[in-house]
Ligand binder design. Structure first.
Ligand SMILES: Cc1cc2nc3c(=O)[nH]c(=O)nc-3n(C[C@H](O)[C@H](O)[C@H](O)COP(=O)(O)O)c2cc1C
Length: 205
C-alpha cells in the first residue's frame, strides 16, 4: 500500500506542485525541515561542482530559490561563468527527492542583497568577515575568522565590514523533478515552466 506524503495528490499534480512549494517555503525558515539543507550544483569549465547550502528564502510567485554566499567563493565565479544552477532537496524520512533547476543571478548591491543582509543576525554575518577567500590554502587547521572575534558578543555594527563579501544567489526555477520513493513502486513527475504556467507530466522512475 502507498504511504508517501505525495500519494494523495497523484490525481492532482497541479496541487502537488503547490504542496511542494509549501515544503520549500517551510524549508526557508525551519531548520528542522529537510528542505532547509539542499545541495546546490553549478558548472565550472563543463565539470560539475556541488555543495550544501542553507535555503534562506523562497518566492513562489517569482519562482525563486535563494541562498547566501561569500562573494569570493568559487561558486560565485562559476555562476558568473555559467549562470545556471540545480538544487537538490532530499527528505530522507518522507522518502522523496526534488530537483529544481534554472537561471541563477548573483545579487551583490541591490535591494534583495541589502534586505537579506539586514535580516542576517550577527553570528550569521561573522563568516563574511573571513580574512581569507573561501578555498585559500592555509598552513594548518585555522578557523577563517578575524583574530579575537567573540561570536557570543559580536554586535551588528562590528559585522558591517562583512557586507562587502556577502552576496545572494537566486535561481528562477524553470524545471522541477519530483522522485517519490514508494514501497509500492517509485513514482516521478516533472514540471517545466512554459513562460506563463507549469507544464507537468509523469515520467518513468
Ligand atoms: C550544513 C551546511 C550548510 C552550509 N550552508 C552554506 C551556505 O548557506 N552558503 C555557503 O556559501 N556555504 C555553505 N556551506 C559550505 C558549502 O557547502 C561549501 O563547502 C562552501 O561554501 C564552499 O563552496 P564552493 O567552494 O563550491 O564555493 C554549508 C556547509 C554545510 C555543511
Amino acid at each position: 500500500m502507498s504511504t508517501g506524503p505525495w500519494t494523495a495528490w497523484r490525481d492532482r499534480p497541479d496541487l502537488l506542485l503547490q504542496k511542494l512549494w509549501d515544503e520549500l517555503a517551510r524549508g526557508a525558515y525551519d531548520a528542522t525541515a529537510a528542505c532547509h539543507w539542499p545541495t546546490l550544483a553549478t558548472v565550472e569549465d563543463g565539470e560539475p561542482r556541488a555543495r550544501t547550502v542553507v535555503l534562506r528564502e523562497v518566492n513562489r510567485e517569482a519562482r525563486l530559490l535563494i541562498c547566501q554566499v561569500d562573494n569570493r567563493s568559487p561558486k560565485v565565479a562559476q555562476i558568473e561563468q555559467q549562470p545556471i544552477a540545480e538544487w537538490v532537496f532530499h527528505d530522507l524520512a518522507a522518502r522523496w527527492q526534488l530537483r529544481a533547476r534554472g537561471a541563477t543571478r548573483i545579487h551583490r548591491d541591490d535591494d534583495l542583497a541589502d534586505r537579506r543582509w539586514a535580516e542576517t543576525p550577527a553570528p550569521g554575518r561573522a563568516m563574511y568577515l573571513a580574512p581569507h577567500a573561501p578555498g585559500t590554502p592555509l598552513p594548518g587547521p585555522e578557523v577563517n575568522l578575524p583574530d579575537n572575534i567573540d561570536l557570543r558578543t559580536l554586535t551588528l555594527a562590528e559585522t558591517e565590514a562583512g557586507r562587502a563579501n556577502f552576496c545572494v544567489l537566486a535561481t528562477t526555477v524553470t524545471d522541477f523533478d519530483l522522485y517519490d520513493l514508494d514501497p509500492a513502486g517509485h513514482v516521478r513527475h516533472r514540471w517545466t515552466w512554459n513562460g506563463q504556467g507549469w507544464d507537468g507530466c509523469w515520467i518513468a522512475s
